[in-house]
Design a protein around this ligand. Structure first.
Ligand code: GLU
Ligand code: ZN
Length: 284
């Protein structure tokens, strides 16, 4: 049996400029794909119409090229794949693992962005709208959000290729999470949007990703995504969560710090090699 071909992905969100932290993860993803003589895909995570901007898409492509990261074109965009996410969501409805939630919450605006860091991770849901038992449904209520019902008390385990054995307890470390966001306009063509969690598992499965390389601030999202994969009958890829960049005091380098934007560093005369040396110094 020959080893299965390696397929990795770069998944930037075009909501800002790429910074040193992105360089760290994306370079790791690139090196892994190269070492395995595999394929690296570029997925534009532009689900959020409010925050995604064409200028950031152009900038991310330019910055990746400048750094020396190569991928297999064409780049694809999540905003073009709503029908696939919708189909997966309807399968979830039929399995009874999702339920409508009418709570209005501040985090709804952010659910189509990947949660990063403890502080802006999706809060554990209090279960207000959770039905007593699982119930499948073939009718979809418009104008409400949907949550995935997590198996309370179960430890979701996986072996991370960088960080080793991981376990997160459903209902404690994370709760019933959002999978579908209701339409925000009255346009009949607007069916709403998948959450980051759902879009990510659908894309990783449909593009046959064998290894996901991303930052360690997404570890809990991996536990959520493993539950979605299980409910949808999808394979779980390997995961490699890269260390976040920290300074000599162990403080995390601020993500949205303009001084750390790759183009700012470039404008200050740093070469790609200088940037990668900086990454190596801060990644531990
Ligand atoms: N676009 C996501 C981010 O900004 C990617 C998350 C992932 O790699 O799954 O981090
Ligand atoms: Zn609710």
């Amino acid at each position: 049996m020959s080893a299965e071909p390696y397929i990795g992905r770069l998944a930037p969100s075009p909501t800002g400029l790429l910074h040193l932290g992105h360089a760290a993860t994306f370079w790791t993803a690139f090196v892994h794909a190269r070492q395995h003589k595999g394929t690296l895909l570029l997925r534009n995570e532009d689900l959020d119409p409010q925050r995604s901007r064409q200028e950031y898409i152009d900038a991310m492509i330019e910055d990746l090229h400048w750094l020396g990261i190569a991928w297999t074109p064409p780049m694809f965009a999540q905003s073009q794949r709503t029908a696939q996410y919708r189909a997966a969501f309807e399968r979830l409805l039929a399995t009874g693992t999702v339920y409508p939630c009418t709570c209005s919450r501040r985090d709804l605006a952010r659910m189509i962005q990947a949660p990063h860091e403890e502080s802006d991770d999706e809060p554990v849901y209090d279960g207000h709208c959770r039905p007593i038992a699982e119930a499948s449904s073939d009718t979809l209520e418009p104008g409400v959000n949907y949550r995935f019902r997590v198996p309370d008390g179960e430890t979701i385990r996986f072996t991370d290729r960088n960080l080793g054995a991981q376990g997160f307890i459903a209902g404690i470390d994370f709760g019933d999470f959002l999978v579908w966001r209701k339409a925000l306009t009255t346009d009949p063509a607007d069916v709403g949007l998948p959450s980051y969690q759902l879009a990510c598992v659908v894309d990783d499965a449909e593009t046959n990703i064998t290894e996901v390389v991303r930052g360690e601030d997404l570890l809990k999202s991996t536990a959520r995504q493993i539950l979605l994969q299980r409910a949808l009958g999808m394979r779980t890829p390997a995961y490699f969560h890269a260390h976040l960049l920290r300074d000599e005091h162990g403080t995390r380098l601020a993500k949205r710090h303009d001084a750390l934007a790759l183009r700012t560093l470039r404008e200050h005369g740093l070469t790609p090699a200088d940037v990668l040396a900086k990454v190596a110094r801060f990644q531990r």
